[in-house]
Design a protein around this ligand. Sequence first.
Ligand code: GCU
Length: 406
Amino acid sequence: MSRDADGLAPPSRCRPTDELPPLLEFRDGSPVENPADWRERREELRRLLRHYVYGYAPDPPEIETTSERTPKILDGAATLVETEIAFAELPDDAPTITLAVFLPSDAVAADRSVPVLLGLNWRGNHAAVDDPAVRITDTAREHGGRDEGAAERGAAADYWCVEHVIARGYGFATFQLADVDPDSGDPADGVRPYYDGELPGPPGTEWGVLAAWAWGLQRCVDALGPMDAVRTEEIAVLGHSRCGKAALLAGATDERIGLVAPHQSGTGGMALDRDNDQEGVGDITGMFPQWFADTYAAFDGQVDRLPVDSHSLAALVAPRPLFDTAGARDYWTNPGRALDAVRAAEPVWELLGAEGIGDDLPLYGDDAITDETVGSLCHYRRETGHSLNEGYLDAVLDFADVHFDG
Ligand code: GCU
């Protein structure tokens, strides 16, 4: 078994990428030779991914927003904008999203717009920072993550490191995943029942929870885009684990998103389904059937019949920057097969005239992330298990510094 640079044995084998479904070939076998062909192939892949893996989401609805602004939170470092996002086409009892946006105070004072990291949180917006200004929502009281009732304020502060993100000149925006779907496994929960019978795909291909969360992230992009304080082209989407899967899906299927950073997203995210000796299609659809379209579970034991794999999803991001991050000891998410997906997707960036992978991957720990070392596509690891921390966020921001002007 080969070893990573740090001496840890990666749990998966590497397999030649030519055994994956080709990206630069249409389903009918004709070649994808130029960017115009890729536009069509991209649509084909998008449809296949919806059909066989994530399900069809509804067309984007009109949103209605109301915002409240609180200056000088986090010891004066940030302005908080809490935005309620409602959906005009849905009845009054339908879910709404409470988006918390933290903006650097100096940028607000100078009327300067900033790039923003957008992430889906699990335990409530108020758990991301320890500041009484952030509202504890009804959703957070009902679904506190692992706690009974609402999580403690700041319970996830070391995870999101919002003050650090702000200090680096970025805004941070987040909403609680339970606003869209609490992941209870009950199909009557969340926003999906409001679209029953109205989705574009055939029966069995209705959106799963990952697609619903991705849709929620995209509705946040609808709300962030028009904000003067936000650099519209520089919204980066980030998420960890199941939220990393949703972040990748959101970024892959929405070209308004300027940078995509799935973190330890594993199966259903960056890790390939083929030859994945960690979480297989049967494992994930057995434990979390609600995350996917019903069609996906049928590929348990016959994954080679899937016309797509995670490299197909990753390729939809091209030519925009994609930064995949992994824990060297986070075996279940299979960093080896995530890296293989990154490598397999690179030809699409090249076809579109973007630099794909810069230096040899993976990058590790304190490796420099500069325009000398990285292209538009990167896989980066730290010496951790399944967690998010300041080291990862710094790496994401270093990568964003390379690609964003703000
Ligand atoms: C489980 C699941 C993973 C998922 C993770 C999480 O471990 O098997 O696919 O990423 O939960 O989201 O916490």
